[in-house]
Design a protein around this ligand. Structure first.
Ligand code: CA
Length: 215
């Protein structure tokens, strides 16, 4: 390989923003998703499923979305969760932007004040997502009935800088609830994306190929 071509390839790898995930959950057959699923303790439970358009079902794009459900048996100490996640390799020195559209209903499994959803980004020292970096876990502000109106879709976004020692990251949408008084609750999710982009250059360095005189 010539040095010119090698330089071009390296430049492309380093400087091109990459959209790693853009999923409307229309086709889940590639096996990359972990979940949707869930669980709980103390009488709580959770699950998740891909749902279609229909009565008491909410889809933002195409014909499918993901529904994350949590419930409990009325125990005050119950904890429940449901989530969908994907683990992807990452380069260092980059920024990550994650977005997803979330929905809850005022009439169908309405979300209570004791429940919330987050976008979560975790980082790992290995490419397989096994060795968690516990000092750097990103949680978005809560998606809950105190902050958002029911019966419409809301875009939730999270931006973070990938830590230097990360070799993979895991993006999750997580719904959690505590002491739900026996009420089953749900959050619907559609159109999730993950973008990686280069971190800003240190002061004084120019981005290669970018003109100074673009106005
Ligand atoms: Ca969809």
């Amino acid at each position: 390989m010539s040095s010119v071509l090698a330089t071009l390839v390296v430049s492309a790898v380093i400087f091109c923003p990459a959209q790693l995930i853009h999923s409307g959950f229309e086709d889940m057959s590639n096996g990359k998703w972990d979940g949707p699923g869930g669980g709980g303790v103390g009488g709580g439970g959770g699950t998740g499923q891909v749902v279609g358009i229909g009565k008491d079902s909410f889809v933002r794009s195409g014909a499918r979305a993901v529904c994350l459900e949590i419930w409990d048996d009325g125990s005050p100490d119950s904890v429940a969760w449901a989530a969908i996640m994907q683990t992807i390799p990452c380069d260092t020195q980059r920024k990550i932007r994650v977005g997803a559209w979330l929905y809850f209903s005022s009439s169908v499994l309405p979300l209570g004040s004791e429940s919330t959803a987050h976008l979560r980004i975790e980082y790992f020292e290995d490419k397989e997502g096994l060795q968690l970096i516990p000092t750097h876990i990103y949680l978005s502000p809560p998606f809950d009935p105190a902050s958002y109106e029911p019966d419409s879709w809301h875009l939730i976004e999270a931006c973070d800088r990938i830590p230097r020692n990360a070799r993979s990251l895991r993006v999750s949408v997580v719904v959690t609830g505590q002491g739900m008084n026996g009420r089953k609750q749900a959050v619907w999710l559609d159109d999730l994306y993950v973008d990686l982009s280069p971190a800003p250059f240190p002061r004084g360095m120019r981005r290669p190929g970018k003109s100074e005189s673009t106005g």
